[in-house]
Write a protein that binds this ligand. Structure first.
Ligand code: CP3
Length: 350
């Protein structure tokens, strides 16, 4: 508690545009950051990464800070996002995960017996290296721009442990939900409690905002999502909002859920590229703050085509209460850094 109060009190950020937008104000320019902005498309990231494994990087606060700051130094983004991964939380429940670089969970959790073996530890006991990374990032950023902390949403997170890695069909996740709904709810409830604890630790360590990634919102049909997933996501948002920093909720792949998602009360709604931003604003209302939503593949279009599309999104965003520019999903590892600078300049100049 003490750490949280002192870190909030010490904030005198030189670039507040992102936080202003999150609070529903209209900053001097549209703020921009990109999902996966710290990563393999940057030669300076690859240079660090060539010496250590991804797991080792996540566990080394100084390296997390170094690569978190790289895209800020290079492009002048308006926010930094902590370098880590949504799946490190498995350390707290005793589920080993390897990154090759796609995540692999060698012993998937699918039955009541598997679930009974989970440890349900506390974040501060097992994830202290993430909180150390937050402190290292804050110190390396020196209050230039805000730092975004994050976690996966309960279902997205649980799906990796139930499937044993990434998935197209989510067959084991949905089989658990449809055949053993009480077990599925128990798993999501336990994960949600852990995620609340984990995000509290990130805020105590100094993050200025939080993003919840529901990368696999398309896994369930809307009615089933409402039954099996939404109550847990709603509890996560509600409990995390009490920590006093803006909460961004990004649900990808199921734009027909937007009306339900709006009701959860997140401060900012992340919009993927499957819906035009103008239409998303129609659904969530002009009082909402939105973030998004350029298709990451536009970074491979000719610069003038990219610029026109990006300006169109900035224009559409003016109808919302406020708008944070972002991609509609993570940046591709094959992206040319020079075109990212072009995008930042276009958005800042629009
Ligand atoms: O956004 C950032 O720059 C911060 C860092 C970050 C990473 N993962 C680093 C990472 C964030 C916010 C994430 C979130 C994440 N991780 C999500 C949600 C966002 C999304 O993309 O939908 C998901 C689903 C994961 C799980 C995960 N981790 C996958 C599917 C992969 C492999 C995919 C790939 O890009 O190869 C990872 C590994 C991972 N996480 C890498 C990075 C930079 C690549 C590892 C490497 O450097 O070898």
């Amino acid at each position: 508690m003490r750490a949280r109060v002192s870190s909030r009190a010490s904030v005198a950020l030189r670039n507040e545009t992102f936080l202003q937008a999150c609070r529903g104000q209209r900053p001097e320019h549209t703020p921009i950051w990109l999902m996966r902005q710290a990563g393999r498309y940057l030669p300076e990231y690859r240079a660090v990464r060539s010496k250590v494994s991804f797991e080792q990087m996540c566990r080394t606060p100084e390296l997390c800070a170094e690569v978190t700051v790289q895209p800020i130094d290079r492009f002048g983004f308006d926010a930094a996002i902590l370098f880590s991964d949504i799946l490190v939380v498995f350390d707290a429940i005793g589920v080993p995960v390897a990154f090759n670089p796609a995540p692999v969970v060698g012993e998937p959790v699918r039955t009541a017996a598997d679930v009974a073996k989970l440890r349900w530890g506390r974040a501060d006991e097992h994830l202290g290296y993430v909180f150390d990374a937050v402190r290292a990032c804050k110190s390396a950023l020196a209050d230039r721009v805000p730092l975004i902390g994050f976690c996966g949403a309960p279902m997205t997170t649980a799906s990796y442990m139930i499937e044993g890695g990434g998935s197209r069909e989510f067959e084991h996740t949905k089989q658990m939900a449809f055949r053993e709904p009480a077990l599925f709810h128990r798993v999501l409830d336990g994960i949600t409690t852990l995620l609340v604890d984990y995000l509290r630790g990130q805020v105590d360590a100094g993050v200025d905002a939080l993003q919840i990634f529901e990368s696999w919102g398309a896994a369930f049909a809307p009615a089933d999502y409402a039954t099996h997933v939404l109550p847990h996501l709603g509890r996560l948002v509600r409990e995390v909002k009490a920590f006093g920093v803006p909460v961004i909720l990004f649900v990808r792949g199921n734009a027909s859920l937007l009306a339900d998602i709006r009701e959860l009360g997140a401060d900012v709604l992340g919009i993927d590229w499957s819906i035009e931003l103008a239409e998303a604003i129609e659904v969530v209302g002009t009082e909402a703050v939105v973030q998004g939503n350029l298709d990451p593949q536009y970074l491979f279009a000719p610069p003038d085509v990219l610029a026109a599309r990006a300006r169109g999104i900035v224009e559409a965003g003016r109808r919302a209460r406020a708008h944070v520019f972002n991609l509609g999903h993570g940046i591709s590892r094959h992206t040319d850094p020079a075109i990212v600078q072009h995008l930042v300049d276009v958005v800042h100049g629009a």
